[in-house]
Design a protein around this ligand. Structure first.
Ligand SMILES: *[C@@H]1O[C@H](CO)[C@@H](O)[C@H](O)[C@H]1NC(C)=O
Ligand SMILES: *[C@@H]1O[C@H](CO)[C@@H](O)[C@H](O)[C@H]1NC(C)=O
Ligand SMILES: *[C@@H]1O[C@H](CO)[C@@H](O)[C@H](O)[C@H]1NC(C)=O
Length: 527
């Protein structure tokens, strides 16, 4: 038990400094060696204190209170007032648990309000793809959203959620205990902790399954707007409101770590092998039996007779789980010069991990998009591949890239930079905040907690979670309230801007198709 708690303590510190580093404002970095020694001593004393607590069967805490003191305490002259507050997670007495059923967790009530009168640091503008938040909400712009409309989303619901005064109440209809539900709720709780007092009251219905479900064609002027339903993906025939998927906080079932530590590993993975020294083919590894496009992709695999420049591998989760997932380590899949992305049943969680590798992605066209997708531009961030011509297109792309190494590397860098710079965890939270805030502005009623809903809080999700879930929660937990404003959301696109954007996208895809055709014709002439 001691060992476990020590590990938890250490993990917590790492996660915390990770977050500080990623913001580039780590006050500890500026400390002299002398203070650093003091800090280490303080941390050690903190740890001893923790061990003392544990051996006395006292409340055990993942909070920063126990771990080590607030960096400010170790410094005599803080440069400016520190507006951050530590975020704590306190689990009840562990020993009691083994003897009887786990004690019911009582949520502690509202998070503390932000320091009054304090002005947070200003922030830059949000990435451009945030402007699609306005587009997602357009169907309700004129009408607003009534409670009746929200309730009409219930047939699609896995979670019905009400947030009042920073407290979260839910009714789960399906998938209770699945990562997608649990980590979606975890993400909302982190958001509320991170921006105390900022998240408005709201009521929404969430669909945590794979497919988007609100069909645009079923709604018109006489039926009224579609039911507002939050989901992780949509296509051009559905009106689901996009929201970041659960995997940003981790996906224990498939061993996918939370985004922050994974991206750090990814960066290291990118630097491991120089692009020119990578295997000069296109790599894909996954579960082939998730939709027709994937099964079809397997046909592009290399055989004795044909080489389409594709190297396709089937993921065997049973085998991998026995081997500890070493071979499926996402951060270490950047050893080929090209990566292939292909949809699953709908969007695939794998997309961001594939595209964060700085080998260019050969992106098999899909109708499904997730929230960040709208910031990606074909032939700048990825190489577009038509669904009905996959093998030929992959062969051409790889040959082209090998003949144009500079352009190919620039494309790989553009997509990897996009994820490292525009889809950071800070952006994920800001996207959630803006999306919820804009949605809440449309609500035509004051949400209240319906009968029979259960309050969830960090403690109720984490304290009795399985070991791996708990580990990912701890890793993805926000440690401090933000001292920075969320990024500034730009206004909706004008119709001209929107049209121009869509045209550029279309032209870029056409350009690549033209090259492919020309190459095919040249090939034909030679034969
Ligand atoms: C922890 O649980 C044990 C056993 O139920 C109990 O004796 C002890 O007082 C508890 N400690 C705290 C701090 O609640
Ligand atoms: C609107 O949609 C409903 C149901 O889908 C349909 O019955 C009706 O004919 C439509 N009305 C118009 C004006 O298109
Ligand atoms: C693709 O071909 C390689 C090399 O022959 C083989 O190792 C791999 O198992 C094949 N992939 C699939 C999914 O069959």
């Amino acid at each position: 038990m001691k060992a476990q708690l020590n590990r938890l303590g250490n993990g917590g510190d790492q996660a915390r400094y990770g977050v500080l580093d990623s913001r580039g404002r780590n006050p500890v970095a500026a400390v002299s060696t002398h203070s650093a020694v003091k800090l280490i001593i303080a941390a050690f004393v903190g740890l001893l204190f923790l061990v003392f607590l544990i051996s006395n069967n006292a409340t055990f805490s993942w909070s920063d209170q126990g771990g080590d003191p607030h960096p400010k305490l170790a410094l005599n002259q803080p440069i400016e007032p520190d507006l951050r507050r530590p975020i704590t997670l306190v689990c009840p007495n562990q020993t009691a648990q083994t003897e009887s059923a786990p004690p019911v967790i009582q949520c502690r009530g509202s998070p503390p309000p932000p320091p009054s009168g304090a002005r947070l640091r200003p922030s830059a503008a949000c990435p451009e793809y945030f402007r699609w938040i306005h587009e997602d909400l357009r169907p309700w712009r004129e009408t607003g959203i009534t409670r009746d409309m929200v309730l009409r989303s219930l047939p699609f619901a896995t979670i019905h959620m009400v947030v009042v005064g920073g407290r979260v109440y839910v009714q789960e209809y399906f998938g209770r205990g699945l990562s997608r539900n649990v980590f979606t709720l975890w993400g909302i709780l982190q958001l509320i902790q991170r921006y105390p007092g900022r998240v408005p009251d709201f009521e929404l219905v969430f669909n945590c399954m794979d497919m988007p479900s609100v069909k645009a064609a079923e709604y018109n002027a006489s039926t009224g707007p579609p039911p507002p339903l939050f989901h992780y993906c949509k296509d051009d025939k559905t009106r689901d409101i996009l929201f970041p998927d659960w995997s940003f906080w981790g996906w224990p079932e498939t061993n996918i770590r939370p985004w922050v530590p994974l991206m750090k590993e990814m960066k290291e993975g990118n630097a491991e092998v120089k692009w020119t020294e990578r295997v000069p083919y296109a790599y894909w590894k996954g579960t082939p039996f998730m939709g027709g496009t994937r099964l079809d992709l397997v046909k592009c695999n290399v055989t004795k007779e044909r080489d389409w420049n594709a190297r396709i591998y089937a993921q065997d989760w049973n085998k991998e789980s026995k081997q500890g997932y070493h071979r499926s380590n996402l951060a270490r899949q950047c050893h080929h010069r090209y990566r292939i992305y292909v949809e699953g049943l709908a969007w695939s969680v794998s997309q961001k991990y594939i595209m964060a590798c700085n080998s260019p992605t050969l992106f098999v066209d899909t109708k499904f998009i997730e929230f960040f997708q709208r910031g990606l531009m074909p032939s700048r961030h990825y190489w577009p591949v038509a669904v009905n011509n996959k093998c030929r297109a992959i062969k051409f792309a790889v040959d082209w890239g090998n003949a144009h190494p500079e352009e190919a590397q620039a494309m790989g860098k553009a997509s990897s930079d996009f994820f490292q710079e525009q889809v950071t965890m800070d952006h994920v939270y800001d996207y959630m905040l803006h999306s919820i805030t804009e949605y809440a502005k449309l609500l035509r009623y004051q949400p209240s907690v319906p009968e029979g809903f259960t309050e969830v809080c960090m403690e109720s999700l984490a304290c009795h979670a399985s070991e791996k879930t708990k580990e990912y929660m701890l890793e993805s937990m926000e440690r401090w309230t933000s001292d920075t404003e969320p990024c500034a959301l730009d206004p909706p696109f004008t119709s001209d801007e929107l049209q121009k954007l869509l045209e550029t996208r279309e032209n870029n895809v056409k350009q690549v198709e033209t090259w492919e055709q020309q190459a095919g014709e040249e090939q034909g002439n030679k034969n």
